[in-house]
Design a protein around this ligand. Structure first.
Ligand SMILES: *Cc1c(COP(=O)(O)O)cnc(C)c1O
Length: 451
């Protein structure tokens, strides 16, 4: 077992981000404004810095990573890849399982791969203040850290239920110098409207986005920062898959299947897109996005233009959506609650280049615990979705005797999510399939866009 841990040296940190748009069979569909026309760059410049906007719209295959960003990446990159021998044994599978551990970053997840360049490019154009939203607090902590490193003030609108349930994520953001508010707040129109309708509104990611965007749009000194979904975010995450390919090469292996969990789609994109480049060149590799069956945007949503937020402040994006007014079931403990997803990931799914699977909550935690007991690392509940999907495939291999090579992107560790594990151990979690009727209902409220 000499190849349990597969490491790269610092000089092997990628020098460029890989832009999947260059290898897509069809160009991505543009975001649309309220008038149904593609959003103009000028409108976007109100909340995003020019360099990120260029990346957002670029079709260049390789985009250089600025040296100051690579310098900070060195704090945790290259991330290690492991062969999960002990998990393979526990499962009794002939499949080989590898995982890449993005949880070794200071914030504990893959999200710093994009928060650092986002802070860098904002600073470059003279922006000293950012607003953002956060659900469980992973993104909020990542952008707080990045803001601190480049001397940028960060204001975080944190979904109220998480604000109350995850006090340590809040402390983490404050440690890195950010201001954190429970959303909905009374500081924005979107927040005030939500509170007027329901003073006990628990908040949602869509609503927190509305608040953060509204504030950024109303202040010249302030930009908005998003931790997933957008093309430039997926782009920044491709350091994961590029490193993984080098790590597989070191052990003379190559995955038959890549598994990553999918909320907004960024860690999936980061792990899978560099392999999609090989697939475009004729190689066989299956790319599987794993999502919760209680928030199944890819597997049950409709592929349509919808808003990115609850209040309709953001442009409309073509994506698999459960409707912008989607409220996640309160029983759901595993993250990945966004109503839509990355337009790039959705388009690739629509075109059949990637796959998706929805996994139920209890089986997801079961997989996470099995993984922790075999491999030591306690995975983030989000990452457990990818582990579940991979274990299911490994068990199929046990039936068929196939010796597939399976690869999991472990998007983060679960040290701040032990309350969710507690609920699982206490038997308080239930499985919940998001009803097809609810999707049908939400369809009626989608914005109208000329075909
Ligand atoms: C935010 C987060 C996710 C989900 O976001 P994606 O954009 O879909 O990657 C998954 N895992 C962890 C650990 C996260 O923090």
């Amino acid at each position: 077992m000499s190849d349990v841990k597969i490491i790269l040296n610092e000089s092997e940190i990628p020098t460029h981000w890989y832009n999947v748009v260059a290898d897509m069979p069809n160009p991505p569909l543009p975001p649309l404004g309220g008038d149904g026309k593609p959003v103009s760059p000028e409108q976007m410049l109100a909340i995003f810095p020019g360099p990120l906007l260029e990346q957002e719209m670029s079709a260049e295959r390789w985009i250089p990573i600025p040296e100051p960003v690579r310098e900070i990446y060195r704090l945790w990159r290259p991330t290690p890849m492991f062969r999960a021998y002990r998990l393979e044994q526990a499962l009794g599978t002939p499949a080989k399982i590898y995982y890449k551990h993005e949880g070794v970053s200071p914030a504990g997840s893959h999200k710093v791969n994009t928060s650092v360049p986002q802070a860098y490019f904002n600073k470059m154009v003279g922006i000293n203040r950012l607003t953002t939203e956060t659900g469980a607090g992973q993104w909020g902590s990542s952008i707080s850290l990045a803001g601190q490193m480049f001397g940028i003030e960060v204001r975080v609108y944190m979904v109220k239920v998480s604000y109350n349930q995850k006090p340590f994520r809040r402390s983490m953001m404050q440690t890195w110098g950010a201001e954190v508010f429970a959303s909905p707040t009374d500081m924005t129109n979107a927040g005030r409207e939500a509170l007027a309708a329901d003073p006990n509104n628990p908040g949602s990611l869509g609503l927190a986005i509305s608040e953060a965007v509204e504030e950024a749009a109303s202040r010249k000194d302030t930009n908005y920062s998003l931790g997933s979904v957008l093309n430039h975010v997926c782009l920044h995450q491709t350091v994961i898959g590029q490193e993984a390919k080098k790590q597989f090469a070191k052990v003379n292996d190559y995955p038959d299947m890549v598994f990553a969990c999918c909320g907004g789609g960024s860690n999936f994109a980061g792990a899978a897109f560099p392999f999609l480049a090989d697939k475009a060149a004729g190689k066989q590799v299956r790319l599987v996005a794993a999502e919760p069956s209680s928030c199944p945007s890819l597997t049950k949503g409709v592929y349509a233009y919808d808003f990115g937020d609850t209040s309709g402040y953001t442009p409309m994006m073509k994506m698999h959506t459960l409707g912008h007014d989607f409220m996640p079931p309160s029983i759901h403990a595993g993250g990945l609650r966004y109503h839509g997803g990355s337009p790039l990931v959705c388009q690739l799914y629509h075109e059949g280049l990637i796959e998706a699977v929805a996994v139920p909550q209890i089986a997801t935690f079961e997989a996470g615990v099995q993984f922790a007991r075999a491999e030591g690392i306690i995975p983030a509940p989000e990452s457990c979705h990818a582990i579940r999907a991979c274990i299911d495939e490994a068990l199929r291999c046990k039936q068929s005797g196939e010796k597939k090579t399976l690869f999991i992107n472990l998007s983060g560790h679960g040290h701040f999510d032990m309350a969710s594990y507690d609920k699982y151990f206490a038997g308080e979690l239930t499985d919940y399939d998001y009803p097809a009727e609810a999707v049908k209902e939400a369809l009626k409220r989608l914005p109208k866009v000329a075909a």
